[in-house]
Design a binder for this molecule. Structure first.
Ligand code: NAD
Ligand code: 6OD
Length: 494
């Protein structure tokens, strides 16, 4: 099944698409800009509808080739090679991710890239270990029948990823899709094409057959993304991004009734009870609000603290937030920039809105000044707000920046009610030393994932996803294998 690689004819300053096993640079291109200093990092080929069509046709064709005939063990062996090759080219992946996002070296090398490799290994293991159902049944003639299920691929899968954890989130879907025998057309965010471009090289290098993994770069509406989700020969869409984008994709996909898996936005609550380990709750909340500059769908944007602890908690959290060092990826900083100037304008509009809505800005609220090239980047201050009414837009809408609103509560039932009073339902964090309360409260959270006394602690076998505006379906472990497979029953009359 292994195909021989041809040399890669591009540099990381010129990013082609990858279609049917070939690197393709067409006439249309856009610039990829650094959020650290505004410099142009690379020029990226924008796939038009014709190129998207070629990618989908290549993916369909590959299902009829050696990939379609490969055993699960053969596919999984290739996925392990992908993981190994990512690790061999680890520094390049880290540099690519950092260049696009400005995230810290510490985070890219401890989370984003290792998780990308881990995603391929985890789904290779899970797919190999998967069994199938079998039901014996009686028949009137007494001879009986045997039912057993087989898992078939869904077909051509479109994977559409966002910019916040680009490599982690793209591989989170590409790995199980391939493990289940599908072929993929992947579109990274226009803001973060670089690590996906390296992934295409890796697929090529380890001999993934042509057409099994295709990469198309471009924008969403009116561009590559829309052409991909509208394409009649795409069978399923695995999408991570904003809830509004999910709604638009759902409409585009409706005509051809595609299977959908959506991991969407959040407005997550953290509940801090007075009996919590104070230090753990403060440092955990600092992380859950400001990690990746607040650009993680799981980040806590609403923090509710039991009144007895409120003042002390806000003061301590604010003093830690003020101490966070902002800077470029290689400066040993705690927090990098936002993804772009456009996104910073959006987050800053919420900082202004918080003031208009009569909130108190306890710390931050503006843009830092460095006096050097970083002033051309997209840096923003970590910000804590108190005193807003629950109806305020800053409390209701996803901001996706380094900011939270902290409010007091008086009773457990009130805390639960406040946490659930949102149209989103992705994640929650509960901080308490009372085990019974921990389970009682976590169980009542209207979310897909609740953490007790921690945040973003991940076991890849567990269900991951959201309720309400936060998504459709679950990924992770057996849930991903289920989405990316068609179970088929075979009934044998004995
Ligand atoms: P986005 O929705 O703007 O874009 C995501 C991807 O969709 C990009 O590749 C974009 O080009 C593409 N796209 C946009 N419009 C499209 C269309 N009409 N058709 C097809 N493709 C289209 O999201 P973003 O700004 O990149 O990411 C931030 C958002 O993602 C936040 O809302 C965040 O909460 C969410 N997110 C959710 C999860 C989760 O697991 N639930 C994880 C990460 C991010
Ligand atoms: O850890 C994961 O598997 C995952 N999907 C994380 C999502 C983070 C959102 O930004």
């Amino acid at each position: 099944m292994r195909s021989e690689p041809t040399p890669y004819p591009f540099s990381q300053r010129q990013l082609p698409c990858f279609i049917g096993g070939e690197f393709v640079a067409s006439g249309r291109a856009f610039e990829n800009v650094s959020p650290v200093n505004g410099a142009v990092i690379s020029t990226v080929t924008e796939a038009d509808a014709g190129e998207v069509d070629r990618a989908v046709r290549a993916a369909r064709e590959a299902l009829r080739g050696p990939w379609g005939r490969a055993t699960t063990a053969e596919r999984c062996a290739l996925l392990r090679k992908v993981a190994e090759r990512i690790e061999q080219r680890f520094d390049e992946f880290v540099s690519a991710e950092i260049a696009d996002t400005g995230k810290t070296l510490k985070q890219a090398s401890s989370l984003d890239i290792p998780r990308g490799a881990a995603n391929f290994r985890a789904y290779a293991d899970l797919a190999l270990a998967r069994g199938s159902e079998c039901f014996e049944m009686g028949t009137p003639d007494g001879r009986g029948a045997l039912n057993y299920s087989v898992h078939k691929p869904v077909g051509v899968v479109a994977v559409i990823a966002p910019w916040n954890l680009p490599f982690l989130l793209m591989t989170w879907k590409v790995a199980p899709a391939l493990a289940c025998g599908n072929t993929v057309v992947a579109k990274p965010s226009e803001e973060t094409p670089s690590s996906a471009a390296l992934l295409a090289q890796v697929m090529h290098e380890v001999g993934v057959p042509p057409g099994v993994f295709n990469l198309v770069h471009g924008f969403g509406p009116g561009s590559t993304g829309e052409a991909l989700v509208r394409h009649p020969d795409v069978n399923a869409i695995a999408f991570t991004g904003e809830s509004a984008t999910g709604a638009a994709i759902m409409k585009s996909a409706a005509d051809s009734v595609k299977a959908l898996s959506f991991e969407l936005g959040g407005k997550n609550a953290a509940l801090i009870f007075a009996d919590a380990d104070f230090e753990a709750a403060v440092s955990g909340t600092l992380r859950s609000v400001f990690a990746n500059t607040g650009q993680v769908c799981l980040c806590s944007e609403r923090v509710y603290v039991e009144r007895a602890l409120f003042q002390r908690f806000v003061e301590t959290l604010a003093s830690r937030a003020r101490a966070l060092k902002l800077g470029g990826p290689y400066e040993d900083a705690d927090m990098g920039p936002l993804i772009s100037r456009a996104h910073r304008d959006k987050v800053l509009s919420y900082y202004r809105l918080a003031r208009t809505e009569h909130g108190e800005i306890v710390c931050g609220g503006g843009v830092p000044e460095f006096g050097d090239e970083r002033d051309r980047g997209a840096f923003i201050e970590p910000t804590i707000v108190t005193g807003l009414p629950e109806s305020a837009r800053c409390v209701k809408e996803e901001i996706f920046g380094p900011v939270c609103h902290v409010a007091p509560f008086d009773a457990e039932e009130q805390a639960v009610q406040l946490a659930n009073d949102t149209r989103y339902g992705l994640a929650a964090a509960v901080w308490t030393s009372n085990l019974q309360r921990a389970h009682r409260v976590a169980r009542q959270m209207e979310v897909g994932i609740a953490w007790v006394n921690d945040w973003f602690l991940r076991d890849l076998r567990t269900p991951f996803g959201g309720v309400k505006l936060s998504g459709i379906g679950r990924e992770g472990g057996a849930h991903s294998l289920a989405f990316f497979s068609e179970p088929m029953n075979i009934c044998v009359k004995l």
